[in-house]
Design a protein around this ligand. Structure first.
Ligand SMILES: *[C@@H]1O[C@H](CO)[C@@H](O)[C@H](O)[C@H]1NC(C)=O
Ligand SMILES: *[C@@H]1O[C@H](CO)[C@@H](O)[C@H](O)[C@H]1NC(C)=O
Ligand SMILES: *[C@@H]1O[C@H](CO)[C@@H](O)[C@H](O)[C@H]1NC(C)=O
Length: 469
């Protein structure tokens, strides 16, 4: 019997089944057009790998601070390979703009009509928060940027970025999705006051291009709703919370909310790459015998050759002489007597003081594992600070010399040491270190007396970092 002769009720049933099936299909594939019956070829367009031309750094400065902070910008800004802009509250008469060696200056628009009610705070926080919007607007109208920028990075004029590392770390994330990436304060107290979920602005933070465009559109409305919060970063954070976005924590951003000697923090950096440092005008010079700015410049001699390796900590042991050596690449080598276990060596030595000078119940607390650092130099390790680098194309030798210290009684293996030379290969950031990183191993070349040579290398599969594994 031909099918068209089916009784009407059967046809109804079939229609019902077909329509239910298509409703079911529409519900499970809500965006799929129904029309194409030819098999469709899905082309997956992979975006080109992220490079510095896809990232825009926006720096919050002011007519008051710009001249003194310019040297920090020079450290990391390279006109040939960095997109960056600096925002000022008003023009400075004797400053040339544009200066080919510094980011172009943009004068922020007037924000006096926005309310600010935080007691004793600075209303410039509104202008600085609004840089997020102004940076997005700038990209939209700038021919060379508008089709290229995939990430917005924000910082202060005293934020020192390790630009290459920022690009490498951001390349882990999809800029088409909404990302808010940054670091917290080191100070528990500061996080408690502002938020444990906020990226602190001085350490710098990143916003994906897709999120930046939306945030730019809605920010002004948030600025009117949060006149009572303290800083620019709190304003940006509040608006992101309202958009339903949460912080993605990257431990390489450093707000540096501490005072005094940053040594303990620098010498025990996490394995993830150093992304930024801040507050160099407030902390002590990071190298003995140099000024604050000279000392940062000195660190950058190492940064510029092998950025992913800067501050990376490797530990080696000489069991015959019972010595433990901790190399924080490009910064310091610490020589300890005896067997120091790795879990102790990666704790931050408390060489610094608290951000808040007034003592509160929380002011001594910090956001990482710590251990005491003895003020008696004979009870602390012998220190060999970074002196210089001999760069080669794929590797380098870095040199460290002993910091002049008291005559402490030391075992023979340590007493005569004057120089330490560290050999390393450049870190291939595509394959090494980025998610998940593994600490490198190191080897002390025997024999040594006044000069010790150390080679850094990848650990063997089963190799343990210990004196007697
Ligand atoms: C930028 O590129 C130009 C031309 O290649 C070069 O002369 C200059 O030294 C570069 N500047 C920096 C800071 O690398
Ligand atoms: C250290 O000892 C040497 C010789 O033992 C002595 O000449 C020197 O003055 C001492 N230095 C200090 C700082 O005590
Ligand atoms: C080690 O160096 C010291 C001087 O710092 C020297 O007196 C001693 O002879 C040297 N030892 C060897 C084995 O070279």
């Amino acid at each position: 019997m031909p099918i068209f002769k089916t009784v009407p009720s059967k046809i109804k049933d079939i229609c019902l089944i077909i329509s239910s099936l298509s409703i079911f299909y529409l519900l499970s594939h809500p965006l799929t057009p129904l029309t194409p019956s030819v098999p469709s070829v899905t082309t997956v367009i992979t975006p080109p790998p992220l490079t510095s031309r896809h990232v825009l750094f926006s720096i919050a400065s002011s007519s008051k601070s710009y001249i003194n902070r310019k040297p920090y910008l020079h450290l990391w800004y390279n006109p040939n390979s960095t997109n960056a802009i600096t925002f000022l509250d008003r023009p400075i008469s004797h400053v040339t703009n544009p200066n080919p060696n510094l980011p172009p200056i943009i004068i922020s628009s007037d924000t006096s009509h926005f309310p600010y009610t935080f007691p004793k705070g600075l209303r410039s926080a509104i202008r600085v928060a609004r840089i997020v919007k102004e940076a997005v607007d700038y990209v939209t109208v700038t021919e060379s940027l508008k089709d290229n920028i995939r990430w917005y990075v924000f910082g202060d004029d005293d934020t020192v970025f390790v630009r290459e590392n920022v690009v490498r770390v951001l390349s882990k994330y999809d800029d088409k999705k909404w990302y808010y990436i940054g670091g917290r304060s080191e100070s528990y107290d500061q996080n408690m006051q502002h938020s444990f979920n906020m990226a602190f602005g001085g350490g710098g933070f990143a916003i994906s291009g897709s999120l930046g465009r939306v945030l730019g559109r809605v920010l002004d409305s948030c600025l009117r709703r949060y006149p009572h919060v303290y800083g620019s970063d709190s304003r940006v954070y509040s608006c992101l919370v309202e958009l339903g976005v949460e912080l993605t924590y990257e431990p390489g951003f450093h707000q540096v909310d501490v005072r005094g000697d940053l040594f303990g923090i620098l010498a025990a950096h996490p394995l993830s790459p150093l992304l930024s440092l801040h507050h160099f005008d407030i902390i002590d010079p990071i190298f003995p015998g140099l000024t604050k700015q000279e000392s940062v410049k000195h660190l950058f001699k190492a940064v510029n050759h092998d950025p992913p390796r800067i501050l990376q900590q490797a530990v080696c042991y000489d069991s015959s002489k019972s010595i433990t050596i901790s190399v924080s690449w490009g910064y310091v080598v610490q020589v300890f007597e005896g067997n120091q276990l790795l879990p102790d060596l990666i704790r931050v030595q408390k060489t610094f003081t608290s951000w808040r000078r007034k003592e509160t119940s929380f002011s001594r607390l910090h956001m990482f594992d710590m251990r005491d650092y003895s003020k008696d130099p004979c009870k602390s390790p012998d220190l060999f600070f970074f002196e210089g680098i001999v760069p080669e194309e794929k590797r380098s030798h870095t040199f460290y010399t002993r910091k002049k210290s008291m005559n402490c009684s030391r075992s023979e293996g340590i007493r005569n040491l004057v120089n330490i030379k560290v050999f390393s290969r450049k870190i291939d950031a595509d394959t090494q270190q980025i998610s998940p990183p593994r600490r490198e191993c190191c080897e002390i070349l025997q024999p040594y007396n006044e000069t010790m040579v150390i080679a850094l290398r990848r650990c063997e599969i089963d190799e343990l970092i210990a004196m007697d594994p």
